[in-house]
Every structure is written in structure tokens, then in C-alpha cells.
Design a protein around this ligand. Structure first.
Ligand code: AMP
Length: 114
């Protein structure tokens, strides 16, 4: 989508601090990190929210988590632990409408979330 900031990172039109990519997904560091390690994993194709996932996206959804696992190991947070969050729409706190998995680590997370 031409006005989507994450699509622009995928296309290279705006820079991203990319930590991983394959044919289906891209992972890059969050611009406003909420933990010492904070990266986002996105599908390369535009999907606005979790509500827009279709049954044919099942494998793609899995690939987001597999990429999270790979980068977590790269970042050395796989053993200490990390949190994966995917916000959906306003009440979920979603501000960028291109689905993204937040992966945060290297600090103790709290529960419940804010
Ligand atoms: P959410 O509020 O769940 O939609 O999360 C959007 C996330 O995208 C926020 O954590 C932002 O800091 C992050 N973000 C926005 N623009 C960029 C960008 N150009 N590069 C990296 N992260 C970004």
C-alpha cells in the first residue's frame, strides 16, 4: 500500500534497521524501543490488522513467530526470555495499520500490561 510506512520499509523507500528477512517476512528495530531489545516482525505483504488474516495466511502467521524466534536467538534473548505482542485496532493500541509482531526483551516484563 503506497501510504503505509511499513510497506515503505519493505520496498526500501524509507530506511529500517533490518535484523532479518526472508521471502515472506521482515524484522527491524522499533524506532521507539520499549525495552533494550525491541524489534518488529512484519509480513512483507500488506495486511492491516489481525482481523484481516485469511485462512490462506496461516503459514505466514507462523512465519512471523519463526522469524521472532530466529532474531531472539541472534539478539541473545532466547534463554532469558522475551515478550511477543500484536496489537489490534484502537483498544489494542495499534497505531500502524500493517500487522506487526512486537518482540521485546533484555528486561523483566510486568503483567498485566498497560
Ligand atoms: P503499534 O502501536 O502496535 O501499532 O506499534 C507501532 C510501532 O511501530 C511503534 O512501536 C513505533 O515505535 C514503531 N514505528 C513506527 N514507525 C517506525 C519506523 N519507521 N521504524 C521502526 N519502527 C517504527
Amino acid at each position: 500500500m503506497s501510504d503505509c510506512i511499513f510497506c515503505k520499509i519493505v520496498s526500501g523507500d524509507i530506511p529500517g534497521d533490518i535484523v532479518y528477512q526472508d521471502e515472506a517476512v521482515l524484522a527491524f528495530r522499533d524506532l521507539s524501543p520499549q525495552a533494550p531489545v525491541h524489534f518488529l516482525v512484519i509480513p512483507k505483504k500488506h495486511i492491516s490488522t489481525i482481523n484481516d488474516f485469511k485462512s490462506e495466511d496461516a503459514s505466514l502467521v507462523g512465519k512471523l513467530f519463526l522469524a521472532a524466534k530466529i532474531v531472539a536467538k541472534q539478539e541473545n534473548i532466547d534463554e532469558s526470555g522475551y515478550r511477543c505482542v500484536m496489537n489490534c485496532n484502537d483498544d489494542g493500541g495499534q497505531t500502524v495499520h500493517h500487522v506487526h509482531l512486537h518482540v521485546m526483551g533484555k528486561r523483566q516484563m510486568t503483567w498485566p500490561p498497560g
